[in-house]
Write a protein that binds this ligand. Structure first.
Ligand code: FAD
Ligand code: MLT
Ligand code: ZN
Length: 468
């Protein structure tokens, strides 16, 4: 055993340092199955002081660290190389809810708390943690913040960034940045918490955070609506927004092809409409107000849409179980696409008005590029973020399709650029999109990012090869 591993074991205990391949292997493969590496060790500190000591020891020995939360990154953000040189620092044991305050409406949690656990802690105190993603049963608060995750509620509450009031993190020199403040106003120099949010493990290891909560909704209405086109989906959104923007909790788009994969591959997922449609939206309205008649609002907007052809069919959930069943039809798209074969993801955003053009133009371009390709977009329509995902043609070999990943991503990216969009809306850059940073964020923007990284991590110890 090397001096470093011996020192880490002395400091973190046997349970805190995994070195056997059988123990480390599960940490070395990403959710999408794109990256398969091998780690020198997986370390699992249980508190902030242990993270700081472990980072100091690694810095002393020049060992590079990859912070890892739930390992649900869509861009290989928490993956390691296959040369057994990097050490994974897992936050899984730092899973305590430190405090919750229903007057301040704040939740203080350690980085390894799973998002669903944090949501449940907030709910038990009569509050809502307004962050919801399909990976919430595995993704951890630290990973969510490090990627500035978005998800289903961004349309109303913003991304993870908007919910962070305070942060605690260990920097590459082992010092602890302790800013667990729970203030709504705090103009005291550079906002370092916002620098750490979205830094993808390159600037600091987030060990805890203070999150802003919201009032728990008293009324929730969920509807699934079949629509003839992306234009109609957008019209439905703007009509709903025109009536009561504050009520829209989620407004999700799903293509008919992607929905077809969900009903084909996911057990218990059935379409509660008479027939399949080319496009769907899932609408969630919610309010903390008493007697806010959301049902009337929803019914009137849907009735108008059914009348003028903007909607083809619609169903409104009548119970909590039905709401969950409708949400299942949205939450399982990634899993269904994974089961359907090789897939290429384009997590892109465009101005809301351009969403129909994006879907039309990118669909045509991809169909021309690879005949038979299955065009399966879905996503967070309300904030202009579409997951323009493509599945291999049924008759094509998986590897042949994946070999075209670059072509496909470039084809979609060219259209996104033309529509003034972004090549990464919410999943981040990780390892998958580093080459795109140069063309999309070159010049002073990328140069400034490099300087910040160099200043904070001059020896390149944290998450090498990620971001840029
Ligand atoms: P990991 O995957 O472990 O890590 C992600 C990145 O953060 C890596 O760069 C890692 O090094 C870094 N990191 C992890 N923990 C820390 C820490 N404590 N300190 C510093 N850096 C750290 N994303 C969305 O935005 N919206 C969605 O709707 C969404 N849906 C998803 C659905 C599915 C089924 C899946 C599999 C993923 C989805 N994602 C979504 C991707 C998303 O990025 C993650 O789910 C989540 O943000 C990552 O959390 P994690 O704990 O798994 O982080
Ligand atoms: C989701 O919103 O479900 C994920 O971010 C999408 C994906 O699989 O691309
Ligand atoms: Zn998403």
């Amino acid at each position: 055993m090397t001096d470093l591993l011996r020192a880490l074991k002395e400091r973190l205990g046997e349970a805190g340092v995994l070195t056997a391949h059988a123990d480390t292997d599960a940490y070395c493969h990403d959710w999408r199955g794109l990256y398969h590496g091998r780690a020198r060790a997986v370390i699992r500190p249980a508190d902030t002081a242990s993270v700081a000591d472990a980072v100091r020891l690694c810095a002393k020995h020049g060992a590079q660290l990859v912070p890892q939360g739930g390992n649900t990154s869509m861009v290989g953000g928490a993956s390691v190389r296959d040369d057994s040189s990097e050490i994974i620092l897992s936050l899984a044991r730092m899973n305590r809810v430190r405090a919750i305050d229903p007057i301040d409406m704040t939740l203080s949690v350690e980085a390894g708390v799973i998002l669903k656990t944090a949501q449940e802690a907030a709910a038990a105190a009569g509050c809502l943690l307004p962050l919801s993603i399909s990976a919430e049963g595995s993704a951890q608060i630290g990973g969510i913040l490090a990627t500035n995750a978005g998800g289903n509620n961004t349309v109303r509450y913003g991304n993870a960034r908007e919910l962070v009031l305070g942060i605690e993190a260990v920097l590459p020199d082992g010092s602890v940045l302790s800013a667990m403040r729970r203030l709504r106003k705090d103009n005291t120099g550079y906002s370092l918490r916002h620098l750490l949010v979205g830094s993808e493990g390159t600037l600091g290891i987030i060990t805890a955070a203070v999150l802003q909560l919201a009032p728990q909704p008293r009324t929730i209405e969920v509807a699934l609506c079949a629509v003839p086109s992306p234009e109609s989906a957008l019209t439905l959104f703007t009509r709903m927004r025109g009536q009561d923007p504050s009520a829209i909790q989620a407004f999700e788009y799903m293509s008919g092809i992607s929905m077809g994969l969900v009903t084909q591959y996911i057990e218990g997922a059935t379409l509660p409409l008479e027939r399949a449609a080319p496009h769907y939206v899932l609408i969630e309205l919610a309010t903390a107000r008493d007697n806010a008649n959301l049902r009337t609002l929803l019914e009137s907007v849907l009735a108008e849409a059914l009348e003028d052809g903007c909607a083809l069919d619609a169903v409104i959930a009548e119970s909590g179980a039905q709401r969950a069943a409708l949400w299942k039809l949205r939450e399982e798209h990634s899993e269904a696409q994974k089961r359907a074969g090789g897939n290429v993801k384009n997590d892109v955003s465009v101005p809301l008005s351009q969403v129909p053009a994006l879907i039309a133009r990118a669909s045509d371009a991809c169909a021309t590029l690879i005949p038979g390709i299955r065009i399966a977009p879905f996503g967070h329509l309300g904030d202009g973020n579409i997951h323009f995902n493509l599945i291999q043609p049924e008759a094509m070999a998986r590897d042949d399709f994946l070999a075209r990943e670059h072509d496909i991503m470039e084809t979609v990216a060219a259209i996104v650029r033309d529509l003034d969009g972004s090549f990464s809306a919410e999943h981040g850059i990780g390892r998958l999109k580093t080459d795109m940073m140069q063309t999309w964020r070159g010049g002073a923007e990328l140069q400034s990012m490099r300087r910040i990284r160099q200043a904070i991590d001059p020896d390149g110890l944290f998450n090498p090869g990620k971001l840029f």
